[in-house]
Design a protein around this ligand. Sequence first.
Ligand SMILES: Cc1cc2nc3c(=O)[nH]c(=O)nc-3n(C[C@H](O)[C@H](O)[C@H](O)COP(=O)(O)OP(=O)(O)OC[C@H]3O[C@@H](n4cnc5c(N)ncnc54)[C@H](O)[C@@H]3O)c2cc1C
Length: 498
Amino acid sequence: MSALVVGAGPVGLTAAIELLRRDVPVRIVDRVDRPHPHSKSIVLWPRALEAFARLGVADEIVERGVRMSAQNYYSGGRRTLRLGFGKVTGTSYPFAVSLPQQETEEVLRGALGRLGGKIEFGVRLTGFAQDEHGVRAELADSHAAFTHDTDWLIGADGSRSTVREHLGVPFEGATYPQQFLLADGECDTPLAHDEAHYFMTPKGVLVVVGLPGGLYRVFVSVAPNVDTSDPLAVIQAAATERSPVPVRLVGDQRTGLFQVQRRLAGRLRQGRVLLVGDAAHIHSPAGAQGLNTGIEDASALAWRIARGGRGPAAASLERWERERLYVAERVVADTDRQTRMWTLSGWRRTARDLGFAVGRLTGVTDRVVPARQAQLDLVLPGAPDRAGDLRTGARLPDGPLPDGSTLHDTLRSGGPALLVLVGTGAPAAAEQARRFLAAAPTGGVHTRVVTGGPKLGLREPTAVLVRPDGVIDLIVPLADEPRLTAALREWAATAPTP
Ligand SMILES: Cc1cc2nc3c(=O)[nH]c(=O)nc-3n(C[C@H](O)[C@H](O)[C@H](O)COP(=O)(O)OP(=O)(O)OC[C@H]3O[C@@H](n4cnc5c(N)ncnc54)[C@H](O)[C@@H]3O)c2cc1C
């Protein structure tokens, strides 16, 4: 079993690390000669941080970045909404992190290297052919063209994906008419450095977000006809016009000009070829979702590839494609709504501001929006089972355990986990769970009896089977041993053999 990852951006790197840590040999190539120096993404949400924790890099990411504690929305020069993370619970990362994309990639390259992986820069994919047994990829560097045979080809090659084009998969959507500009550098402003600030005006948006090292990102949208030949001047003028407090760019700035699109691939899989990240979906940077969603695409794919797509229904590549298309559609729609919301005028603007006021007063926005942006509230399509706060298709909530570890630490093995959750005052049930697990067919499934963990509203001792990507696949009362045994047998029978 082997895989070729095309593209060493954040998503390709995540796919390669996830495969290597499961002992799947990986070749990873990128057509550029060295890592891209520019920063596109900056915001990482809790769910991506949890995925990074499974790779062992979350601590470094959090340490390097700025912990963001709130988002502020302003309209007509006044703050209309402030969203904190106070209501984000059930995660070890109840905050967002601001870290330039090139630094996130650097951390991921470090993890890849520690697993023995090496990026082949200056190597591009030019084409491929596949049959039911494998894929023959056509690669080229500056000297020659050559072929490489592999079992799986993962297209993480960005929005202009060669893999997608070669498959003939449509990438439908639209381009936003506005132009978007950004400047990263020093900024003289009283705006809180560890918070995000969105100034919404009919002429366009101004976004100010803190970066590591006391720097700021200043991001603006401008009309299509605005002359952007001097980007810094355009950004400064828009910032001065849209913010009620000074936002003065000083010193060296790294500027960028972006045309933003929303597009979704018609499918994510054809045989042994798969599309992840921007190759599969692109959207407005509103809500900061692109990289975050791509990390999840890769994390949800790699463990399935390591099993050859075999095993329980949840491990199939068809399921992966269905789930990731569902998520991508939701993200494209959410980011589109937010982009439009930025620049409303007239009665629509009044209605938006009124909606924000009601949301703020009732606490609804604080409860709903950050959890949705962080994709913590996501429930994947399928037949939902629930018990207490747990739901199949949702992620396993995290929480501290009495021994100092957390519930999510049980997911770091790379395989599925069966957790039997038992209340603290139920020693007999804990003993029954231990006896059951000792005799059950658990090969390849990490098991643990959890007593005294986070309060999850469970009425009886409950077994939860959690997929390697942290999503709950099955919730069964411990009393239903036959069902539990059947499920374990299914997962254990298809455990990958390195
Ligand atoms: C201004 C801006 C701000 C953003 N902010 C955020 C944010 O805050 N949060 C967030 O989550 N997202 C954000 N995004 C989106 C985020 O940058 C992307 O979603 C992310 O880069 C996608 O990663 P990727 O690995 O899929 O693709 P890419 O980063 O595009 O990497 C693809 C790689 O494939 C290589 N490649 C291409 N073709 C070939 C080929 N034929 N052969 C070999 N290699 C090839 C490329 O050289 C490249 O290195 C932002 C985007 C922009 C533009």
